[in-house]
Design a protein around this ligand. Structure first.
Ligand code: SF4
Length: 131
């Protein structure tokens, strides 16, 4: 069982090998591979199995990129996907829900993110990656 915070469902679906460090990208790829192989996930609203290998994770469990900002994105993801912390999902269920979202819902979670600003994330790319 992987612990995954809400907004990381979007990050994983859009992941193409970019990240904050080599350890981060290796872990991200490993977690995604496990989920796609059928390991279930439990939704979290704090540090998760992706944060565990991230250089931005702070000692108090916060995020150097803005603890409130990432929590707000988690909450947005739960709202958009009709999910809640503690809920258990398979990657196939996540994929099906992500393929139903519209531009406004995508923006609820991903607007003003550094990766979107670098052109690595958009609703069109999300749908292409999941297709
Ligand atoms: S610590 Fe912050 S930047 Fe790193 S994976 Fe977690 S939410 Fe993302």
């Amino acid at each position: 069982m992987k612990n995954i915070r809400g907004h990381h469902l979007f990050c994983m679906a859009l992941f193409t090998g970019h990240g904050y460090s080599e350890e981060f990208t290796e872990n991200m790829a490993s977690v995604i591979s496990a989920l796609k192989a059928g390991e279930p996930l439990r939704l979290a609203s704090g540090p998760d199995d992706i944060c565990a290998a991230c250089p931005n994770l702070l000692a108090d469990g916060g995020c150097a990129h803005g603890t409130e900002d990432v929590r707000h994105r988690d909450q947005g993801a739960f709202t958009v996907l009709g999910a809640a912390p503690g809920g258990e999902l398979t990657w196939q269920q996540v994929r099906a829900r992500l393929l139903e979202i519209d531009e406004g819902q995508f923006e609820t979670v991903c607007s003003n993110c550094r990766w979107a600003a670098e052109g690595l994330c958009s609703l069109a790319l999300l749908q292409k990656q999941l297709g």
